[in-house]
Design a binder for this molecule. Structure first.
Ligand code: PLP
Ligand code: COI
Length: 357
């Protein structure tokens, strides 16, 4: 158990009003969690402080070689007034798999969950309750040694900041257009694709800009070797419903093992769908589209929740899926997952974690 010191702000900020359009990740709450790591001492000084700018040496290693990691999860206010997290132990475990790859020290799962719960509890009045809103939680770790050599840092900062947010996409639950990228690649096996670290996102920006310029919301990446097989979208995993089966790329080391992906697979299996985790080529999608068996396509992610895809562009072809409308499976998944997250539906799988007393 961490012994967390709490220093409350003396100048609380105005909270967004009910009904106010929040956007995603633009507003921050009054507090943040901070903990230091020093080699030989381990993680120490866990504390909650007023949200404030931090001061680091310009030589801090994170600025130069990107030794950092982040996570993303949400807190929801239920109709009963309780505050819930969704499977936070999964974020904690993924933190440690990212940390291993980036040679960042391990963070005990229970300490991660305790830190997140504690800061959410302090700022629980910031959790919005309009439909489709939640408190987005961003835990992250940065390398702080003042040193320009390429080596793992000996000191780190773990922080958790909170942002009341609405839908990730401007369009909300309306289907988005996705650009299958065949020039740039995001990740290769043996690289850092499975890890949640800034470098993956920095590498994605140029293709995302290209997709935006062409009128698409996000990029769907192909594998880095053959540029043939579907991997994932910029901020979500991807699923297809083809001839009644649910199909998603397997976890091959170059895509993020999404928690919403894992939950979606479990729910679809419970509902009797055959779920295939396998290689899917862009050509197979084109073929399925032509013969009328590409029934649905949707992305899964914490920020994106279930995000229906209405249009997929691959080279000279534009595939319209389900007439550009949200499909029945996408809608059912969205309703079920958000229902479990917010406490409206029963939590048969034990995915919900209540915050505070
Ligand atoms: N893939 C990428 C690249 C992401 O950034 C995210 C978002 O976290 C996901 C997939 C979905 O993961 P999760 O469902 O755990 O949020
Ligand atoms: C999340 O869904 O939590 C993410 O981290 C996506 C993010 C890149 C906006």
């Amino acid at each position: 158990m961490l012994d967390i010191k709490i220093q409350r702000t003396e100048t609380p900020k105005a909270k967004p009003a009910p009904g106010q359009k929040l956007g995603f990740g633009k507003i921050f709450t009054d507090h943040m969690f901070v903990m230091n790591y020093t080699e030989g001492k381990g993680w120490h000084d866990p504390r909650i402080e007023p949200f404030h700018n931090i001061s680091l040496s310009p030589a801090a290693m994170v600025y130069h070689y990107g030794q950092e990691m982040f996570e993303g999860l949400k807190a929801y206010k239920g109709p009963d007034g309780n505050v819930y997290l969704f499977r936070p132990d999964m974020n904690a475990k993924r933190t440690n798999s990212t940390n291993d790859r980036l040679v960042i020290p391990q963070l005990p799962v229970e300490d991660f969950v305790q830190a997140v719960s504690a800061v959410v509890d302090v700022d629980r009045d910031w959790i919005p309750s309009d439909p489709g809103t939640s408190l987005y939680i961003r835990p992250f770790i940065i390398a702080t040694d003042e040193f320009l050599g390429v080596a793992p840092s000996k000191t780190y900062l773990f922080m958790v900041i909170l942002s009341p947010s609405g839908a990730y996409y401007e369009s909300g639950l309306a289907p988005v257009g996705i650009w299958i990228e065949d020039e740039y690649v995001r990740a290769v096996r043996g690289g850092i694709g499975f890890a949640k670290t800034g470098g993956n996102y920095a590498a994605s920006l140029i293709a995302q800009q290209k997709a935006h310029d062409a009128g698409y919301s996000q990029v769907l990446w192909l594998d880095g070797v053959e540029r043939k097989y579907i991997e994932e979208v910029g901020a979500m995993n991807i699923f297809f419903k083809i001839a009644g089966k649910v199909v998603t790329p397997s976890l091959n080391g170059s895509i993020l093992p999404g928690i919403t992906r894992n939950s979606t697979i479990q729910l679809c299996k419970d509902w009797g769908y055959e779920v295939e985790e396998r290689k899917i080529s862009a050509e197979e999608l084109l073929e399925a589209q032509k013969n009328g068996t590409l029934e649905e396509c949707f992305g899964t992610g914490t920020a994106a929740v279930i995000s229906p895809v209405g249009k997929l562009r691959y080279q000279d072809d534009v595939m319209t899926i389900n007439g550009g409308n949200i499909g029945p499976l996408s809608q059912k998944l969205y309703d079920t997952i958000t229902g479990i997250q917010t406490g409206i539906l029963p939590d048969e799988k034990g995915w919900r974690v209540k915050v505070g007393g």
